[in-house]
Write a protein that binds this ligand. Structure first.
Ligand SMILES: [Zn+2]
Length: 274
């Protein structure tokens, strides 16, 4: 069986639930921005050849919407976030949902159900295996969620402010009681304006924030302008480190798994803001 997955986070859920019985192809590797990812003819061909397609959904993969629609006419094409409780999704703008659900580890664990449900139906002979693996992975994620909560609580409340390149961290902020600010919006498709940049410089300077964070899948150009702006106001803000926001680390490294990526982010944030 061959599964095509979009992001690393989705591929990780599929890998953990499906086990060795499934060959997994992850389309978006290290440093790839899913908001901007466009399918090449090769990617389209891989999707054509797959038995099932898993994507994150909520318009994270904004430029692939038509492709998902046409694939759905041919084969199971599943949004991992389809089993996340709808009333827990963060809305923005008129009626759009923030797609960055994986930053709330407990909420992201609800995507496991979309994958489990598919495999149990597709391959009922091995249903018990899928059920067992899904339950084990969810348990690991819930333990990770508790770990994140405990680690972030080490940062004094007044310093628990996360400034990043794009607005990906609202679920993180809500789940772990961290105030979040960003230069660019929820999608990286819209460029940051000078007004937003100046407001953020004012915010960082007046709140005496020590560190801001770059993201591996977003250019650090805006963050440099931000720290220059703060310096011009007599406030030195450092780059607290690099966070994995919309793509995981290199495959084969700890950060190349969802659990490793979350731990890395929490470590970097706690060290810089504590
Ligand atoms: Zn994003």
């Amino acid at each position: 069986m061959r599964a095509v997955c979009t992001t690393g986070m989705v591929a990780d859920v599929v890998r953990n639930v499906a086990g060795d019985r499934v060959e997994i192809r992850q389309l978006m590797g290290e440093g790839i921005d899913p908001h901007l990812f466009r399918a090449t003819p090769d990617v389209t061909a891989e999707m054509e050849a797959a038995d099932v397609i898993f994507y994150s959904g909520l318009h994270l993969e904004g430029r692939m919407a038509d492709l998902f629609e046409s694939m759905a006419e041919q084969k199971p094409t599943i949004a991992a976030t389809s089993t996340v409780r709808h009333d827990q999704l963060i809305t923005f703008g008129a009626d759009a949902h923030d797609p960055h659900v994986w930053f709330d580890v407990a909420l992201w664990s609800e995507t496991v159900e979309s994958v489990r449900r598919f495999f149990v139906e597709f391959d009922p002979a091995h249903a018990v295996d899928y059920d067992t693996r899904a339950a084990a992975y969810r348990k690991q994620l819930l333990a990770l969620d508790a770990e994140c909560r405990a680690r972030l609580a080490e940062i004094p409340k007044a310093s628990r402010v996360l400034v990043t390149a794009h607005d990906a961290f609202h679920y993180f902020g809500r789940a772990y009681d961290v105030e979040v600010r960003a230069i660019q919006g929820v999608s990286t498709e819209a460029e940051a304006g000078l007004k937003e940049l100046n407001e953020l410089v004012e915010f960082i300077t007046s709140h005496k924030i020590k560190a801001v964070f770059i993201e591996t899948s977003v250019s650090d150009r805006n963050m440099k302008s931000l720290s220059d702006g703060c310096a011009a106001h007599g406030h030195k803000v450092s780059i607290g480190g690099e966070l994995f926001s919309d793509s995981m680390g290199k495959s084969g490294t700890p950060e190349g798994t969802y659990i490793g990526m979350v731990r890395h982010n929490v470590d970097v944030i706690v060290k810089a803001l504590q």
